[in-house]
Structures are given as C-alpha cells and as structure tokens.
Ligand binder design. Structure first.
Ligand code: SAH
Length: 254
C-alpha cells in the first residue's frame, strides 16, 4: 500500500463543523497526529493509533508523520479550524521543502476546515463583508515590530482585521498595545468583536468599541475582529447587535 498524509481541519469545535471530507479522512487513517487537545476531539477508533503532542513541536510532529506516511501508512495530521491558517499545513510543507526527496512525491492531501475568523464573523453578523485581513498577534514566530507595521498597514488600508492568538500568559501586554496602535488610525467607536470558544458549549460573543476593547477579557481561545471605518453596528431590541461591513466601500482613504 502506498502511503498518504492528509492534513485535516477540524473546524472551530463541535462535530457539526466537521466537513464530510474531513470525517472521511479521519475514519480512513491508521494513525493520527496533532496537538493533544485537537486529538482529544476525535472519537477513539479501534486500530487507529493516536499520537498527541505539545503545541511547540510542530516541526518534529510534521517530520514524524511524513516519515510514517513515506513508509506506506495512511496518516492524518489534525489542526483546529483550517489547517492552512496559522496551523499544521504550512509546517508540513516546510518539512517537505527541506526533507528527503521522497517526501515530495508522497500523496499529500490538505482538507480545509472552517477557520475561527469565519465562525466568529457568522455569529456577529457579517463583519467580513468587505476587504479584510488576518494577523496573528503571537510574537513567538515573528518580531513585535513586524506586527506593529502590519497593524499600521491594515488600519490605514481600510481593512477589517481578525486577530488570531491574541493573548497568552507568556504574552500579556501585546493585545493592549495592538489596540493602542490601531487607535492611532481608527476612531474610538470602531466596532470590535470578541468571539470566545466559538462552536463549543462555553461559546461567548461580545461586541464593544475600540476605546473599551482593552477592558474586555480575552484568552488563547478568543478570536477578535476589529472593524474598518465602514463597519456598522445595528442595535436590536432584546437581541445582540448585528455587526456588518457593507459590500460597497463609501470612502476613499486620505
Ligand atoms: N487553524 C486555526 C487557528 C490556529 S491559531 C483556525 O483556522 O481557526 C489559534 C487561534 O485561533 C486561537 O488563539 C484563537 O485566536 C483562534 N481560535 C481557534 N479556535 C477558536 C474558537 N473555537 N473560538 C474562537 N477563536 C478560536
């Protein structure tokens, strides 16, 4: 049997976000690899090996999975959300680029999933209705100065901005600094959406304004969407407000 490595997106949480293609890939795998909490979301199947690992070992995890697939096994590597968004698909590609020649001809499949940004946006309305971008606020893999440059460019470019990896115990100040940086370019009443644990039982959505965003709690399970100058909030009696960015941009940035 020739080997295969399938990189599978599990969606933001809960079975109902798993695509039929992802489900099929998980069912057909002899071995699973991934960050422990993602492996925990997959039902145990007889005869299927589970190889959970920590969140700082992406390179070695990718190498091990590639090596097993190269020996002929059907291997699945799992990521939360989409595997190509700040996740394992790029780590696998990185190892293929520098690894043995044989890895280049492996049967590699990447199965998309619903990324956190889309799940949070859908809960709040349609904040991504016009041009948007995504920035990871983690400065583990890039210098903070690069993040600040990108925040300036995104805000002055009129983009709605999604923040992945907004804060952690090891990175306590970056989120506040990012809001302050955006405040140089954006109005204090710019809408900001906090989506926590979307798709899970403890899901929470909060809509606030940029000037108050620093007071809203966030953690590593939170995705934040900062509106553009076009983004609007519609208050609704007895319901959460609807946040949307119109399809047509009304202003030209000076
Ligand atoms: N590949 C993932 C993102 C990995 S980076 C995806 O496509 O969604 C991890 C970050 O994703 C977290 O810090 C958080 O910002 C966001 N995230 C992942 N799952 C989430 C969820 N269920 N609710 C809100 N944010 C989530």
């Amino acid at each position: 049997m020739s080997g295969r490595l399938t990189v599978v997106g599990l969606g933001p949480g809960g079975d109902r976000f798993l695509t039929p293609e992802a489900r099929e890939a998980l069912e057909g795998a002899e071995a699973l690899y991934g960050y422990g909490p993602y492996i925990d979301r997959i039902p145990v199947r007889e005869g299927q090996a589970r190889n959970p690992s920590g969140n700082r070992v992406e390179g070695t995890r990718a190498q091990t999975a590639l090596a097993q697939a190269a020996e002929g096994a059907h291997v699945a590597m799992v990521s939360g959300g989409d595997p190509g968004v700040f996740a394992m698909a790029a780590a696998v590609c990185g190892e293929i680029e520098v690894g043995p020649e044989a890895w280049r001809t492996l049967d590699l499949r990447i199965v998309p999933g619903i990324t956190a940004m889309l799940a949070v946006a859908a809960k709040a309305g349609a904040p991504l209705g016009h041009d948007f971008c995504a920035i990871s606020l983690s400065d583990n893999l890039k210098p903070w100065e690069v993040i600040e440059q990108r925040l300036d460019a995104a805000a002055t470019g009129g983009f709605v901005i999604a923040f992945y990896n907004p804060i952690s115990t090891a990175r306590p100040w970056q989120l506040g600094q990012a809001f302050a940086r955006l405040g140089r370019h954006l109005s204090p009443d710019t809408p900001v959406i906090f989506g926590r644990a979307v798709g899970r039982d403890d899901e929470a959505i909060t809509v606030t304004a940029l000037e108050k965003a620093g007071d809203t709690p966030a953690d590593m399970a939170t995705l934040i969407i900062v509106g553009s100058p076009e983004t609007r909030v519609i208050p609704r009696d007895g319901k959460a407000p609807l946040v949307y960015t119109p399809r047509m941009a009304a202003t030209v940035n000076a």
